[in-house]
Write a protein that binds this ligand. Structure first.
Ligand code: ADP
Length: 496
């Protein structure tokens, strides 16, 4: 271990925490081959937190070599029970370090500490435990064919898998990726987002303590166009799982097609419609629709960024929605009553502000917010647009910030048509007390998840993924196991 890689960080609370900033390859923290490092920024202060080793293509080669050796010599020979035991151990270690991990999330990502602890850490731990339980339950079938043959299938691991994750839910995304890949017996090269490498590096140190054999999990922070592309184009990686923007997903598919046709699963963007019918419980609808967009500062792929409200209740809904929004606190991620922290980066901040300007220019009414919040950190006011129509950019493109557009509709048919008027299909929601209408609307909306009288409910055992340009494949639940196994058919001749 290179000592200079260990960094002591002082939190706004005065507490000091420590992280190893090396690349985690073969259970060791190492410098990158080229000795490069990059800065990670605290979005609440715009100041550098520390520098982290930067993986380039040569480091990805090293990590893939380690993962290949671990797969061939060790991991593929482990029983499912043993893989499960290690995953349980990792979940325990994350649980006993959850406060510190939530502090890393608040520092590096800007999300509120209390929310990181109660939601992100809970989901991360739960997902790893869920897949620990699957590790010894992955098996094929016996298929009856003819009396003189015996046929069965095996669900075998793919080998080395590459995993590229985003910055919005660093630990939840890490768990969604590691859990099923390891349960199925694959080894992993995982790249955290360049904006948020710290919590993944802290987990790396727990992976070693849990007792995973060297090379089974390798964590390599770096940039997308270098380290990320090297994973997507690597000839020895059999599968890539990616969560992030649709533009990058497209790039990764192309990279896979141009190299070894590795399998690709993608969880991409969204512009999810949230439809409020006039018979809905108004207070409940306001609350869920609020959390539907502003959770994680709007940086959520399934954010309900297009709210459609039936015309008879529109004015009342908008007023109540604004009052609810005004009661929520924007501020320092380490304050205990903060709901909304800063956006992740200057780039995202500028992008969101430019969408807000576009909305105004397109003729939408900025009913609330629309400006920077404070004078330090990438904070943006909670923003509500009204008087919107489907041709506006703010109704078509993913803003990924605290900006909602609230539109009117008259009939249910109109709501369905407008709801589906998007190239995305990640999620949708409906608010009504009429059960028949709830089912009919759920069937009619083209989205991977439909919430009825709620929003953002995602469980480790329920599938999550998108229709249309929101992605390929499903994560979570039993469905995710299909992404990480090859099915082998064995035909045995009994007529001998
Ligand atoms: P955002 O624009 O919100 O940062 P991205 O989709 O670009 O979202 O990033 C999500 C993840 O994809 C990050 O880990 C990033 O480094 C990675 N990434 C970005 N570009 C590429 C690329 N060309 N190939 C592989 N990974 C990439």
């Amino acid at each position: 271990m290179t000592d200079s890689l260990v960094q002591k960080l002082t939190l706004p609370t005065g507490k000091t925490i420590e992280v190893n900033t090396g690349l985690f390859i073969n259970n060791e923290f190492v410098e990158s081959v080229e000795g490069k490092r990059f800065e990670t920024i605290n979005p609440a202060t715009e100041k550098v937190i520390c520098k982290v080793a930067e993986a380039t293509a040569k480091d990805i080669d090293r990590a893939v070599d380690a993962a290949t050796e671990a797969f061939e010599k060790v991991w593929r020979h482990f029983d499912g029970k043993e893989r499960g035991r290690l995953l349980y151990e990792l979940a325990e270690l994350i649980e006993s370090n959850k406060e510190e991990l939530a502090e890393f999330e608040a520092l590096d990502n800007g999300k509120a500490y209390t929310i990181a602890l109660s939601q992100d850490l809970a989901a991360c731990i739960d997902t790893i435990r869920y897949y620990a339980g699957w590790a010894d339950k992955i098996h094929g079938k016996v298929i009856e064919t003819s009396h003189d043959r015996f046929c069965y299938t095996r669900h075998e691991p793919i080998g080395v898998v590459g995993q590229i994750i985003p910055w919005n839910y660093p630990l939840v995304m890490l768990a969604w990726k590691l859990g099923p890949a390891l349960a199925c017996g694959n080894t992993v090269v995982l790249k955290p987002a360049e904006q948020t490498p710290l919590s993944a590096l802290k987990v790396a140190s727990l992976i070693k303590i849990a007792g995973f054999p060297p090379g089974v999990i390798n964590i390599v922070p770096g940039f997308g166009s270098t380290a990320g592309a090297a994973i997507a184009r690597h000839m020895k990686i059999g599968k890539v799982a990616f969560t992030g923007s649709t533009a990058t997903g497209r790039r990764i598919l192309k990279d896979a097609a141009e190299t070894n046709l590795k399998k690709v699963t993608l969880e991409l963007g969204g512009k999810s419609p949230n439809i409020i019918l006039e018979d809905a419980d108004l207070d409940q609808a306001v609350k869920w629709a609020y959390y539907g967009i502003y959770t994680n500062h709007g940086q959520c792929c399934c954010a309900g960024s297009r709210v459609y409200v039936q015309d008879s209740i529109y004015d009342k809904f908008v007023q109540k929605y604004k009052e609810f929004a005004q009661s929520m606190k924007i501020g320092d991620p380490f304050n205990h009553d903060t709901f909304q922290g800063p956006q992740i980066s200057k780039t995202q901040f500028d992008r969101i502000m430019s969408y807000i300007e576009t909305g105004k220019k397109e003729g939408a009414t900025c009913f609330m917010g629309g400006k920077r919040h404070g004078d330090q950190g990438y904070y943006i006011e909670q923003t509500i647009f009204t008087d919107v129509n489907e041709n506006m950019k703010i109704m078509q493109e993913e803003i990924f910030g605290p900006v909602v557009a609230i539109a009117k509709f008259k009939t249910v048919e109109e709501a369905i048509e407008k709801g589906n008027l998007t190239r995305y299909g990640l999620a949708a929601a409906i608010f009504t007390k009429d059960v028949t209408r709830a089912f009919k609307l759920s069937n009619a909306l083209k989205a991977g998840t439909v919430w009825v009288n709620c929003y953002n409910i995602v469980d480790s055992n329920t599938p999550f993924g998108g229709y249309k340009e929101s992605g390929h494949g499903r994560e979570n639940g039993k469905y995710a196991l299909e992404n990480y196994t090859e099915v082998k058919t064995v035909q045995v001749n009994l007529d001998v």
